[in-house]
Design a protein around this ligand. Structure first.
Ligand code: HEC
Ligand code: HEC
Length: 202
């Protein structure tokens, strides 16, 4: 009886370690929307996530889980993602699936928008300080890479920040809030143009 108790107590106190196998197993669930190769699915609004930075995947999963993202009534796509993040049970599982997503080879994204690359280049000057001239992001500023992401998804997120649908919680999401003032300076066409420019970056 005592021995059984010790075994049970031990199994609960053992540190949870992220394993590659756990990442793969967990990802099978994500693949339903984000695709086997992380290529995304426009119809359900799930973006391409293959090769996304590990730290960024982790932070967004935590934001969805904690209800910092995907709770605004107008955020239909975010609300689709939120229960999926809540399904992840512990830090180890989040770490494992983030590592798995980051290790998926980055795919070329196909353009779905018609914008002016030339005008977009001018607007993109506003973005360089954080996302880099090459669009590869800056982990120190928590600004993700924008290259390799689906253009329709980038546009949706610009609109979301502008409308206060994402990055609207000063206490819990100061990082997300940094995007709001920038999007406020851009109208719809300017957002389309800047996304067209980003899609053309290699
Ligand atoms: C039911 C469909 C569905 C499933 C299953 C799903 N997602 Fe998502 N995911 C979405 C949608 C839709 C979005 C876009 C949300 C938005 O527009 O804000 C999203 C967004 C994301 C983002 C944010 C990307 C970014 O650029 O900010 C990450 C990261 C992500 N999902 C990872 C995962 C992981 C990891 C899993 C598995 C644990 C998963 N998703 C399962 C639908 C899904
Ligand atoms: C002051 C720094 C800063 C500047 C300038 C900036 N961004 Fe961001 N951007 C961020 C940060 C930080 C995030 C991550 C926010 C979060 O976690 O929600 C982000 C997120 C984004 C996202 C969401 C990406 C995703 O995968 O969901 C898009 C799209 C984006 N930025 C586009 C732009 C564009 C286009 C510009 C220029 C017009 C720009 N940003 C300028 C800091 C910046």
């Amino acid at each position: 009886m005592l021995r059984l108790y010790v075994v049970v107590a031990l199994s609960f106190s053992l540190p949870v370690v992220a394993s590659p196998r756990q990442g793969k197993q967990t990802y099978a669930f994500c693949a339903v929307c984000h695709g086997e190769r992380g290529e995304g699915n426009h119809t359900v609004g799930a973006p391409q996530i293959a090769g996304m930075e590990e730290w960024y995947v982790r932070e967004q999963l935590l934001k969805f889980q904690q209800g910092v993202r995907g709770t605004h009534p107008e955020d239909i796509a975010g609300m689709r993602m939120r229960p999926m993040a809540r399904y992840l049970q512990n830090t180890a599982q989040i770490e494992a699936v983030s590592a798995y997503v980051a290790a998926l080879p980055t795919l070329k994204s196909t353009s779905t928008l018609k914008g002016s690359w030339v005008k977009g280049e001018v607007h993109y000057k506003l973005c360089i300080a954080c996302h880099g001239a090459d669009g590869k992001g800056n982990s120190q500023l928590k600004a993700p890479a924008l290259v390799g992401r689906s253009d329709w998804y980038l546009l949706t997120q610009m609109r979301n920040y502008k409308a206060g649908v994402r990055g609207n919680d000063p206490k819990r999401d100061p990082v997300g809030m940094t995007m709001r003032p920038i999007t406020m300076t851009l109208d719809e066409q300017a957002m389309i143009d800047v996304v067209a420019y980003i899609s053309g970056l290699r």
